[in-house]
Design a protein around this ligand. Structure first.
Ligand code: MRU
Length: 370
């Protein structure tokens, strides 16, 4: 990830045995790194959205389980921390995948070896994730190249929802990785960024990321996508995802489904970028089976922003006591998705498509072992 010309990862180990992450609640107004050194701190950072995005949740969760073992490496501590961390955010399946990796990797070890092994698994998981995202980027780049080749000299207009960039991962992002690679390759790209109410991950995070990398973008309100597509202003939509079922249904930030519907109606290709860790082989029907996170009233009744004083404050935007329905995610049926862009290639959002790239695990909580 590039911030004013310097590359960082959004998670790094510190010399003191903690991890440093960005407190994303402060962006775009302040780049504040915070250190997490215990499982409780990791759980708090995930639940309260200091850190977020399905792949990054996985990385923080993995380190969190390791931190728990550092304090107490017994079976009981392992099980307890696993459950606590898993409960923090129910929709993104990558968190469960990462906790499973650590759990399975240390369970049979003597207690004294568990903390070191957990740390190594977490570090390896981060390195692997970066490579995975780069591979997703290269496949997605091919699609952008094809669109650009058909319209020489004109920018490729993309639309994205929420934040599936490097802030949502250890590096590169998923949906934004192809965009960064296209931009770096000299292909003119322009991104319509949905603001993404209620937490405004588009306005606060994606816009900040793109600005720091020098990618041209236009921030639009969540309801603008249909209008843009009706007027031929979007060449392709590309989003990330928090869980894809075995039959190719896609769960992502609330509002994604409406963009997919608009894209379908207007013949605009709608792509979903994901690593294998986002596939939940234990589920088929996304609508019926994926748990949709419900969050606090305050995320809807208030908006956070920078006041004229420079302070970042919440502002109430509705009547006192308004009833809210804060659904964090929705499910887009695979039939509305043009294709899935994975680290192994581009396939239809269907069981056949996924199985052409991956072997479904025989047993497990559902995440494929590559
Ligand atoms: O609630 P958030 O901000 O964690 O939601 C994030 C998203 O919905 C992303 O699009 C998704 O996690 C994919 S990130 C590569």
């Amino acid at each position: 990830m590039k911030i004013q010309g310097t590359w960082y990862r959004s998670l790094r180990e510190t010399d003191e045995g903690a991890i440093a992450i960005i407190d994303q609640r402060r962006l775009p107004h302040e780049l504040r790194w915070v250190e997490l050194a215990t499982a409780a701190q990791c759980a708090q950072a995930i639940q309260a959205m200091w850190t977020r995005g399905a792949p990054l949740l996985a990385a923080v969760g993995a380190y969190g389980l390791g931190f728990a073992l550092r304090e107490d490496s017994s079976d009981a501590s392992l099980a307890n921390a696993y459950d606590t961390l898993l409960a923090t955010r129910p929709t993104a399946v990558n968190l469960r995948w990462a906790l499973d990796q650590v759990y399975q990797g240390v369970k049979a070890l003597p207690e004294g070896e568990r903390p070191g092994a957990a740390r190594a698994i977490a570090a390896n998981l981060c390195d692997e994730e970066v490579e995975t995202n780069q591979a997703i980027g290269r496949y997605g780049l091919e699609i952008i190249e094809q669109i650009a080749a058909a319209r020489p000299g004109q920018p490729v207009n993309l639309l994205t929802h929420c934040n599936a960039g490097w802030l949502a991962t250890v590096d590169w992002g998923t949906a934004l990785a192809p965009i960064y690679m296209a931009h770096d390759a000299g292909i003119p790209v322009h991104v319509y960024v949905d603001e993404t109410r209620p937490r405004n991950q588009g306005a606060s995070l994606t816009a900040w990321e793109l600005a720091n990398h020098g990618v041209p973008f236009t921030l639009v309100v969540d309801n603008a996508g249909g209008h843009l597509m009706q007027h031929g202003l979007v060449d392709m939509c590309i989003v990330g995802t928090d869980r894809v079922t075995a039959q190719g249904d896609v769960c992502n930030k609330i509002g994604t489904y409406l963009k997919a519907l608009a894209a379908y109606d207007n013949g605009v290709p709608f792509y979903v970028a994901l690593p294998y860790t986002t596939i939940d082989w234990s589920m088929q029907d996304g609508l019926a089976e994926i748990p949709i996170e419900r969050r606090s009233d305050e995320e809807i009744t208030h908006i956070w922003g920078k006041a004229a004083t420079g302070d970042v404050i919440p502002v109430q935007i509705t009547v006192d006591g308004a009833a809210t329905g804060n659904y964090g995610f929705d499910v887009t049926p695979g039939r509305l998705v043009t294709a899935l862009i994975t680290e192994r290639g581009i396939v239809p959002a269907s069981e056949a498509g996924l199985k052409s790239l991956y072997q479904a695990p025989a047993t497990s909580t559902g995440t494929a072992i590559p």
